[in-house]
Design a binder for this molecule. Sequence first.
Ligand SMILES: C[S@@+](CC[C@H](N)C(=O)[O-])C[C@H]1O[C@@H](n2cnc3c(N)ncnc32)[C@H](O)[C@@H]1O
Length: 393
Amino acid sequence: MIKIESLDHNGRGIARLNNKIVFVNNALPNEIVEIKTISEKKNYIEAEVVRYIEKSKDRIDSICPYYDKCGGCNLLHMDYKDQLKFKQNKIENIINKYLGKKVKINDIVGSDNILNYRNKVTFHVNKKIGYFKDKTNDIVEIENCPLASTQINNAIPYLNKLDLNNINEIICRVGSNELMIIIKSNKDINIEPIKGIANSIYINDKLVYGNKFIYNNIGKYKYIISPNSFFQINNDVCKKLYDKIDIETKESKDVLDLYCGTGSIGLYINNNKNIIGIEINEDAINNANTNKVINNIENINFICGDSGKKSTNLKFLPDSIIVDPPRNGLDNTTIRNILNMSPKKIIYVSCDPMTLVRDLKTLNNNYDIISVTPFDMFPQTKHVETVTILERK
Ligand SMILES: C[S@@+](CC[C@H](N)C(=O)[O-])C[C@H]1O[C@@H](n2cnc3c(N)ncnc32)[C@H](O)[C@@H]1O
């Protein structure tokens, strides 16, 4: 029996037992719980709750029947305002602790939709459709996911009519009101059961039914979605995040948008600017060029390639640079090139505060960190997006 003292950055309860730290899934501060060890290491134990002896008054009942087994959500037992508080504290702790100085952390921007917000879901398939159990490849069969968009949930009964013995993965993506289904399989799959619900069906990389793309709208802009290119997962928070970047670049004339995906940020902030976007994924760059045409925007160009390589000796001197890298953050070449180009402003969009703070430590020699704003792009999970504004010293 142990008492939970606080939360770690993954939203797990922290307690102490025989001089070891214990991380407990689905446990809140002040709760007294009986635990079962999942794994024991030299300095810490990972555990799950067997019985709640005293529950926190802040605990709410999870609305998901698979919550205990599925590895997708971490915070369904926490009220939304407490989730926001947790994420605000997480960002403040990580930034201030690892940066070694206090930085202005703005209030977290919440999500209007805290359920059914995900516009993309990857289902794993092994005779049944589901998600992986936390830290395993075992499939937890699901009939409904509270985070997936309603359109995706409505598709599940139809997906279940496919030949699941021969499918490894099914990815569903929704645009503003269209559904794309991507089936990963080594066999030919009869897609009759899902033709009535999908606007676009791919088997692996091959279009087998309907339209090549689906469309998503963010603000007044229209973006295409294709099977392999990135798009922000939560449309509502995506708009809030892009609005913030738009405000921050109002005065800019020449903007470099690194890791630009389908060009969505550059296109959103295009007014009175010259913009260059760099992105490694060829499909995303093709989408970006289509997005440029369908939104009637001319003052933006896209380069396909690695952000570090393609920003070396770039004949363009940006006054602002936007970076939105994957979880592993910026590589040394990209950081070196940013410092050489020496823009007045850097806008760093990050989905991993640990790699963000690592990169800020380097950039901090030449740049003041003006503010960090957390955005709750992923309600019910431990993840949090941030936008950091840096200005040249
Ligand atoms: C978090 S997404 C951001 C996309 C875009 N800014 C948006 O808001 O939709 C990161 C993007 O970086 C791209 N990427 C990953 N590694 C890269 C690299 N070394 N150079 C350029 N782009 C890269 C990925 O393909 C992905 O599109």
